[in-house]
Design a protein. Sequence first.
Length: 94
Amino acid sequence: MNKKLKYISLALGILFLTLLIYKVGFTTILSQIRDLGWMALWVFLVGVGWNILYTMAWNVFLKDHGGHMSFWALFRIKLAGEAVCLAIPREKVR
């Protein structure tokens, strides 16, 4: 990815995060974190741990099938994919 595209992506990410914080309200976000207390740290650590384990599994899978990619490159891909999945509204229709 060229540098210009990286900066545009970073700017868009910051813009969307700022809009989200503005829409929800900074005080509301802080209030929710305060209500969780130290549990907020555990929620964060469980999420990070899950993503690390998921990345390790992909790393093992790729090595077993003759592929290779650095752990951190896979981790970034995992987080980017997770962000896209969370950002796209979808619903199962039955």
